[in-house]
Design a protein around this ligand. Sequence first.
Ligand code: HEC
Length: 172
Amino acid sequence: MKLTTKNRFNLAASLIAPVALLGLLVSNPAAARGSFTAAELADQEKALLALVDRGRDLWHGSSPTMSTNGLACGNCHPDAAASNPQTFPKFQANLGKVIPLRDMINWCIMVPQVGTALDVNSADMVAMEAYAMYMYRGIKIEPGLASVQTPPVVVKSGPGFPKKGSGVGFDK
Ligand code: HEC
């Protein structure tokens, strides 16, 4: 057979295709891996729950940088109450834009707690989110909606929520 440009291409393609397919199978873990074993799933759950635990501790006052006025998230949102993580991203009237949960967490760190915002990529932020989401597991996800209209939080101890224009947090 005389090798024209066309059948030269066909020959090359028929040699390359199986090699490419093999490469895809080997490099694609989803194709190569079976279901997770019970032991693997137990490890994954352990890792998640460790982060949820860390989030619960941070939420209830274990961080010296997240608050400078003695307030912790737990004072106003005990057990993550009224934090409604399932409604994010949503429009936040105070900021005038749609924000993700992590920005709301940082807002509450900076404003009611007059603390230093967390790095949004930090393990502590993931822990804060993991804790909130874990407490709300099973609740319908409704981004953009304040599905649960929660009344203003009454603070029985500590200085309470700073007034608008008081010069703290995003309001500086
Ligand atoms: C002094 C009370 C107070 C403290 C302490 C506080 N918050 Fe809040 N939090 C509020 C108030 C008030 C709002 C409602 C703000 C708004 O909608 O403009 C709110 C809203 C939220 C929301 C959004 C709830 C929703 O339905 O949209 C989240 C999430 C949240 N806080 C998380 C936290 C976290 C995390 C901490 C700790 C880092 C914290 N808050 C500490 C008073 C507090």
